[in-house]
Design a protein around this ligand. Structure first.
Ligand code: MTE
Ligand code: HPA
Ligand code: MOS
Length: 784
């Protein structure tokens, strides 16, 4: 795999002649701890004496009134100290992030199988879990709604529908030379963070609560706990050093665990830890929304779209959670990289009696973009052209055909150049011809190949979330401690922020250390989400570091008797006229001279505006681009397949740390491939999720990675003034493995000489591939 280590030239470098500290590959700040097993996750924090352990008792019915709850056997079980229900919550029984429809513990009505109803607190983790099974709940069943289709048919939604129209799509489709319509099914996805949900709550003096929580959103956990207890926000402190992965699953849904641990700690006045095991975690928490799409498209003989109408229905689950902003992002990514002249998009968040679906890497963007890719894939076969050529014919233009359906002009389009480069480096044309030749001679094993592009909007689609704060301390020995509002979940945010600070102060990265995210240090933070962690917190930390540098520069200038503009920081030195002093020495002298050596910093993303009622505005500061070429081999008699080779070219702008960014691209590619192929969520006829453990839910392993995996960063710089002109990289590459799905579909289409659109559903499991292959064979037979 490629590793790019060339430093970039930096236009805004403070250390122009000195070695830059950004734009170079550096290991993750905790890599040595990860591999040695010494990185502290929430469950590794040494437990205080008297710590108790909690477990949740869960609903066994999808939708029912609770007639009675008998918890006597639970209370009598060995080691049990207390059993709590909704009646024990002192203030508000709600942990919903936007709309307050998320009970912490169900009362009167249960709304999905797995919904927490009571909380057992016991002397050990094991005792709590065993006791939780002994609860006896009598239910009176109510009719459940178990699929997005059923919710839509019943008009049952968690939020009002969203509508976006440009032009006259119905008329354009009616007048088009060719028309296509269809139904697309796209499955959901479990986040499968390696470290599950966990919270450890410790009561503090004078009605205080300290919660260590594996969360992407410490501030919201702080609010949720305060809201539940009826406290002021300043009474609650939430801390998170790192997560063992979040992937969106800990953006809002860590709240239930934080609230339950804090409730028990408040009630019993002792430390309480809540760590659900994997099965319970999967039964309780929401996942990526599965979607169904119904569309109509009109196009010309070349496959250029003229009008498109799409109805998107998501499975929101029993409550709103983040389903609204997820749908908004799905609608704002239906265009992906394509100009859609006349378009209508209708979005419905179906209310179902299943887990409340939530954020997952891409946040609806992958779902919206998948639909247009599927439509173009169909159109290409309908007009008998290579799907890549049809995709290219529909791309956003430069200076024209460049306004999105939601009114934002695409000003930074690099997809044409990027695709040119990938088409050449992947040898797409030659390999496509070779694939066709292979298939002509191979009746059962079929090869397929596809290139798909990505355009992904960067910024929270709720404008006020686009802010961040940081706190930078320079100690008098010249060592630096950075705290910011972002959280570390493996993505390397702390490494990037530390690099930005080191660069700003012209010092070695080794001098800079990041501390745990803590609501008592930086207040009112946003979730580390929407891929904005480094963009927002990097800028905030840069602002703080710059203020300290300016004070040090003024001090050095006074000392050297030169103008402050002549002071240079770099290579761990401060140079001012004749003065040439190590940074740590200067810091010590500045301290003695009573110079403030710490500072806060703040950042807000400029240029954003958004009218949610009209779905119009500029929701994104900029776009990140990418493309991938995948080649697969499919056994059309068993549905087995392999990814033979993948070539990826991804735009991280002027990367802050190419090694970390390539890691993000590789990880997102494989994670997205899992979503679209092997990972299948399956609820039985009663609404019980049957795929709630790795034994039944198949995530990719290292064996599923292609033997040839060429991942490169596209040489680019952000046209917007982002942190050192880099681009966010966390989520956009999750869309790259669309190419895997459409390569599989291409292979199956070979059975019908590429004239029949295989009805392949996502995820393309072995079973789904076989069904699609059978359908193509039957269609061929029917034609003969
Ligand atoms: N990478 C790792 N290793 N672990 C994670 O949990 N989450 C992803 C992405 N990459 C994740 C990850 C998601 S959903 C987002 S929004 C971003 O990281 C958040 O971090 P960033 O904004 O700092 O990129
Ligand atoms: N991504 C993640 N979380 C969010 C977003 C988003 O775009 N908008 C609101 N919360
Ligand atoms: Mo990422 S889904 O925005 O946490």
């Amino acid at each position: 795999m490629n590793k790019q280590t060339e430093p970039f030239l930096l236009d805004e470098s403070v250390a122009t002649e000195a070695a830059p500290q950004v734009g170079i590959s550096r290991p993750h700040e905790s890599a040595h701890l990860h591999v040695a097993g010494t990185a502290t996750y929430t469950d590794d924090i040494p437990e205080l004496a008297g710590t108790l352990h909690a477990a949740l008792g869960m609903s066994a019915r999808a939708h029912a009134r609770i007639r009675s709850i008998s918890l006597d056997k639970v209370r009598a079980a060995r080691g049990v100290v207390a059993v709590l229900t909704a009646d024990d919550i002192p203030a508000v029984n709600d942990c919903g992030p936007i709309i307050h429809d998320d009970p912490i513990l169900a009362r009167e009505v249960v709304q999905f199988i797995g919904q927490p109803v009571f909380l057992v607190v016991a002397s050990s983790h094991d005792a709590a879990r065993r006791a939780a099974r002994l609860g006896e709940i009598e239910y009176e069943d109510l009719p459940p709604v178990l699929s997005p289709e059923a919710a839509h048919a019943a008009g049952s939604y968690v939020l009002p529908p969203m509508h976006l129209t440009r032009g006259e799509p119905a008329a354009r489709i009616g007048a088009a030379a060719h028309r296509d319509s269809g139904h697309i099914r796209l499955g959901g996805q479990e986040q499968f963070y390696l470290e599950g949900q966990i919270s450890y709550a410790v009561p503090k003096e004078n009605d205080g609560m300290h919660v260590w929580c594996s969360t992407q959103h410490p501030t919201e956990m702080q609010h949720a706990v305060a809201h539940m207890l009826g406290w002021h926000v300043h009474q609650v402190q939430v801390e998170c050093r790192r997560m063992g992965g979040g992937f969106g699953g800990k953006e809002s849904q860590s709240a239930l665990f934080a609230c339950c641990a804090a409730l028990a700690a408040w009630k019993l006045l002792c430390p309480v830890k809540l760590r659900p095991d994997r099965d319970d975690d999967m039964m309780i928490t929401g996942k990526r929304h599965d979607f169904v799409f119904d569309y109509q498209a009109g196009h010309d003989a070349e496959g250029r779209l003229e009008g498109v109408q799409v109805e998107m229905v998501s499975r929101a689950g029993f409550s709103a959670d983040l389903s609204g902003p997820v749908m908004t992002r799905a609608i704002c990514h239906f265009d992906n990289a394509y100009w859609l002249p006349d378009v209508q998009i209708d979005g419905y968040c179906g209310k179902t009696n299943t887990q409340s679906n939530t954020a997952f890497r891409g946040f609806g963007g992958p779902q919206g973009a998948f639909a247009i890719e599927y439509i173009l894939d169909n159109v290409a076969r309908a007009v008998g052209r290579d799907a890549f050529d049809v995709r290219r014919a529909n791309l956003y233009g430069k200076g024209e055909r460049n306004v999105t359906p939601y009114g934002q002009t695409v000003e930074d389009n690099v997809i044409h150049e990027l695709l040119d480069e990938l088409e050449a480096s992947s040898e797409y044309r030659a390999r496509r011809a070779a694939t066709r030749a292979f298939n002509a001679a191979s009746p059962v094993l079929k090869k397929g190949i596809a290139i798909t592009p990505v355009k992904f909007g960067i910024s929270f689609n709720v404008a006020h979330f686009n802010q961040a704060g940081a706190l930078v301390h320079v100690y008098n020995d010249g060592s630096v401690l950075v705290n910011h509002g972002g959280t570390e979940m493996g993505q390397g945010l702390n490494t990037k922020v530390a690099m930005v600070v080191a660069h700003e102060l012209g010092i070695r990265l080794e001098r800079v250390r990041c501390s745990a995210t803590d609501t008592s240090k930086v207040a009112n933070t946003s979730a580390t989400a929407a891929s904005t962690g480094a963009d927002l917190n990097g800028k905030a930390a840069q602002d703080a570091a710059r203020q300290i540098r300016e004070r040090l520069a003024a001090f050095a200038a006074r000392k050297a008797g030169v103008d402050v503009s002549e002071v240079r920081f770099g290579d761990d030195l401060v140079v001012a006229g004749e003065l040439r002093q190590p940074f740590d020495e200067l810091a010590r002298e500045a301290y003695v001279a009573r110079v403030q050596l710490w500072s806060d910093g703040f950042y807000t993303t400029p240029k954003l505006h958004w009218d949610q009622s009209k779905l119009q505005g500029r929701p994104f500061y900029y776009f990140a681009y990418g493309a991938a070429c995948s080649e697969v081999l499919v056994d059309t008699l068993t549905g087995e397949w392999r990814l033979l080779r993948a070539d990826v070219l991804h735009d991280a702008g002027r990367s802050l740390n190419p090694a970390l960014d390539i890691g993000q691209v590789e990880g997102a590619f494989i994670q997205g491939m899992g979503w679209l192929t092997t990972e299948e969520l399956w609820w039985n006829q009663n609404g019980k999720l049957m795929t709630h453990a790795p034994s039944t839910y198949k995530i990719p392993t290292v064996n599923d990675c292609p033997e040839t995996f060429n991942v490169r960063l596209f040489q680019n710089r952000n046209v917007e003034d982002s942190i050192h002109r880099s681009k966010a990289v966390g989520e956009p590459p999750l869309l790259l493995p669309f190419s895997v799905f459409f390569a599989i579909r291409d292979a199956v289409a070979a059975l019908g000489d590429y004239r029949i659109n295989p009805p392949l559903t996502a995820p393309a499991t072995g079973e789904a591939i076989l069904d699609a292959a059978d359908a193509v064979r039957e269609a061929v037979a029917a034609q003969e």
